[in-house]
Design a protein around this ligand. Structure first.
Ligand SMILES: [Zn+2]
Ligand SMILES: [Zn+2]
Length: 351
């Protein structure tokens, strides 16, 4: 029979156990806050784990089915290097910023604030000489914030061609003025510079800041997919006697790889075309919905600087992510729409 002393001891032990469980859960949530607290980050982490497992399954199974494939050491070392590089590129792209408008605005305001501080310092030195009063300085301080936002507004408005008054380029969600080529992403809840698309697979937006990394990721993934497929084909075509279930697994995985390859090569070609013409997926798909692109003649890529320069700016340019592009004037676009002549071809107009 349970005495009152025993039940008190049990309940105190239970409460101690509950307390330690709570402390453990709190410690865990402090150690991995994104995993336990934020459902968006939790699903993003789940996707990354799924991608890692998929790569391990596709690349590892073929070597498990046929250990003879491991004989060529240098080839396997190169394959392993590509495998690791692709995964590193995936995590690198996934963790990189696409270039947010708010960051560009802060960077611009920072430059502007530095300019104001410099001019303020020169004014202070002038006031010591009795040329200016201290009230002038305090007025300058109060005005600097509004000047910061107005300087951003002026900078952005200068990038758009002149049009009817009353046009608004302000994002209704972020309440900041959007430069050309940017768009609000509802998944990231931020305006993205040179918005391409929101990539669910990477869990991030693809924009001006990480489009190049994204291209390299698709390129590496395509090569890896092709190489892995070739391993499966080698295994299936080998004359070594193999169990039927091994051949079945290899055939199934090879079929999946073929579908992945078709998707990847089309994506790679599509993004290569976008790079060469300096376009984004969003601009290409929604051209008629973007007000400043509506009047642009067909087949004219308004932001293209020529194939070579587009490639250079995409791959090698050390320019800041926050460098903004202006929309060309209609006269400029109409001049670009004129048909090619022999002189244009000789002078490499398209480059
Ligand atoms: Zn926005
Ligand atoms: Zn996004």
């Amino acid at each position: 029979m349970t005495t009152p002393t025993t039940s008190t001891a049990i309940s105190s032990r239970c409460s101690r156990l509950k307390g330690s469980c709570d402390r453990l859960s709190e410690r865990c949530s402090r150690l991995v806050p994104c995993f336990l607290a934020d459902p968006v980050r939790r699903s993003s982490l789940g996707l990354k784990v799924a991608l890692l497992l998929l790569h391990l399954v596709f690349a590892g199974t073929v070597f498990l089915l046929d250990s003879n494939l491991l004989q060529e050491h240098w080839l396997n070392a190169t394959y392993l290097l590509l495998f690791v590089l692709t995964l590193v590129q995936y995590f690198y792209t996934s963790g990189s910023s696409p270039g947010f408008v708010i960051d560009a605005m802060r960077a611009e305001n920072g430059t502007h604030a530095t300019y104001i501080n410099m001019s303020r310092a020169s004014m202070q030195s002038a006031s010591k000489n009795g040329n200016l009063t201290s009230s002038a300085n305090s007025n300058q301080l109060g005005r600097s914030n509004s000047m910061n936002s107005s300087s951003w507004l002026k900078l952005v408005m200068d990038l758009y061609p002149p049009g009817p008054p009353g046009r608004s380029w302000t994002c209704t969600s972020c309440n900041i003025v959007q430069p050309p080529r940017s768009k609000h992403c509802h998944d990231c809840d931020k305006c993205v510079l040179q918005f391409d698309h929101h990539c669910v697979w990477l869990g991030t937006c693809i924009g001006k800041g990480n489009h190049c990394r994204f291209w390299w990721y698709i390129f590496e993934e395509t090569i890896l997919c092709t190489w892995t497929g070739l391993f499966y084909i080698t295994f299936l075509r080998s004359r070594v006697l193999k169990a039927w279930w091994k051949a079945f697994i290899a055939a199934m995985l090879l079929t999946a790889l073929v579908f992945c390859f078709i998707f990847l090569i089309l994506l790679l070609l599509f993004h290569s075309y976008l790079v060469l013409t300096n376009q984004t997926t969003y601009e290409l798909v929604r051209r008629r919905r973007i007000s400043y692109l509506r009047g642009v003649p067909e087949r004219v890529h308004p932001f293209s600087k020529g194939i070579c320069r587009n490639l250079y700016y995409f791959c090698c340019s050390k320019e800041s992510t926050f460098n903004l592009e202006a929309v060309p004037t209609m006269e400029e676009l109409e001049a670009r729409a004129r048909p090619y002549t022999c002189i244009d071809i000789m002078s490499c107009r398209c480059c």
